[in-house]
Design a protein around this ligand. Structure first.
Ligand SMILES: *Cc1c(COP(=O)(O)O)cnc(C)c1O
Length: 369
């Protein structure tokens, strides 16, 4: 035995991966905590989804439907899609991982953007491939920079639209220009985790472009506006050939039964979602205006969070604000790992939480909110 090791060793590259660090949850010593660090909805899930979840508890001895048909049919009917082009995942994170494991290997490159979602890089490296990071322009994905980075090794391009943690979006005309210019064998992954929140005429989550091409997929999630983050439910819309390849590799029962039932009930309750979006967009405006009034910059966001930039002044940096806010029970997200060492991301919360953060940051900045 020539290659003998003292213990099992992972594939090359695995130990170079920096594991994902979720948003903080605790503020030690503070009685009342507002968690605004993970872009969860402050309004919870639809009561109909909660009822469906409870009902599913009566038959936990049964395996779930491995096709998640009830959920795929609900998604298909709400969005006007073909069930055969839909695949569900244990969160959209699972789908992003499966895409990488099915379409990437050593020697391949996948393009991500400067402030892109960290899961892409983790999964690309997990598949043994090489992430290629391109610059954004003023917190905006730059289609020309992506195209300039394409080589004969490029296999995939990942775009979060809207972006996290920036909250900015790429207009549909730019997505179309990118798709038209990419080689046909390069897959474009549109991660539309926050699509439900966007109210812009020049935005499209990706349904039309997926329907009219063979190399684009769109991923979506029930973790954000639908309020089911705990259950881990995501879905993907894509060409049948890509769905078929992924179905061969996924776990045969990758969604659990309560998740399937709750997801189907949640997406059918669009009235509940309309209320959640209205609350969000009202507060998105109020928060952005309030932060600018106290001397902070906020990147204009179309999602359910705001990226706040702090002054480069001793005692007023993002780390100082983080400590100040945590001490008052407001937990925001440090975004250093996303290329923003002096910014914090705040999820839109309840009215009480939002007003509390505005007031606390006013105090922190020494200005009245
Ligand atoms: C929150 C989020 C997701 C959702 O992940 P799930 O695994 O479905 O919870 C996907 N992409 C981005 C950019 C996100 O911010």
């Amino acid at each position: 035995m020539s290659n003998e090791m003292s213990q099992p060793v992972p594939r090359p590259g695995i130990l170079d991966i920096a594991a994902y660090v979720p948003g903080k949850e605790h503020a030690p010593g503070v009685a009342r905590v507002f968690k605004l660090s993970s872009n969860e909805t402050p309004l919870g899930a639809s009561p109909k989804a909660v009822a469906a979840f409870k009902q599913a508890a009566d038959h936990l001895e049964r395996y779930p439907d491995g096709q998640a048909l009830e959920l795929r049919e609900a998604i298909a009917s709400v969005h006007g899609l073909n069930v055969a082009n839909l695949m569900c995942g244990n969160g959209s994170d699972e789908l992003l991982g499966l895409l990488c494991h099915v379409y990437l290997g050593p020697g391949d490159e996948a393009i991500i953007t400067e402030h892109g979602f960290l899961v892409y890089k983790i999964q690309i490296m997990g598949a043994g491939a090489t992430p290629v990071t391109v610059k954004e322009r003023d917190c905006q994905v730059d289609v020309d920079a992506i195209l300039a980075a394409v080589t004969d090794k490029t296999r995939m391009v990942f775009i979060a639209n809207p972006g996290n943690p920036t909250g900015t979006y790429v207009p549909v005309s730019e997505i179309r220009r990118l798709q038209a210019a990419l080689p046909k064998h390069v897959m474009l992954v549109l991660d539309a985790a926050y699509a439900e929140y966007v109210r812009r005429n020049d935005y499209e989550a990706g349904i039309e472009i997926v329907s009219s091409s063979k190399n684009v997929v769109m991923t979506r999630t029930f973790s954000k506006v639908y309020g089911l983050a705990a259950l881990r439910v995501g879905w993907m819309y894509g060409p049948i050939e890509i769905i078929d390849a992924m179905n061969r590799v996924r776990g045969p029962f990758n969604l659990n039964a309560p998740a399937i039932a709750a997801g189907a009930a949640a997406i059918r309750d669009q009235a509940f979602i309309a209320g959640a979006v209205a609350h969000n967009n009202l507060w998105l405006d109020k928060l952005t205006t309030a932060f600018e009034a106290i001397g902070l910059k906020a990147t204009p966001s179309v999602a359910n969070f705001v990226l706040i930039h702090f002054p480069d002044v001793d005692g007023k940096r993002a780390a100082d604000a983080d400590e100040f806010l945590t001490g008052r029970g407001y937990i925001l997200r440090a975004v250093r790992a996303y290329g923003f060492p002096n910014s914090l991301r705040m999820s839109v919360g309840t009215e009480e939480a939002n007003r509390g953060v505005i007031e606390a940051l006013g105090e922190f900045m020494g200005r009245k909110a």
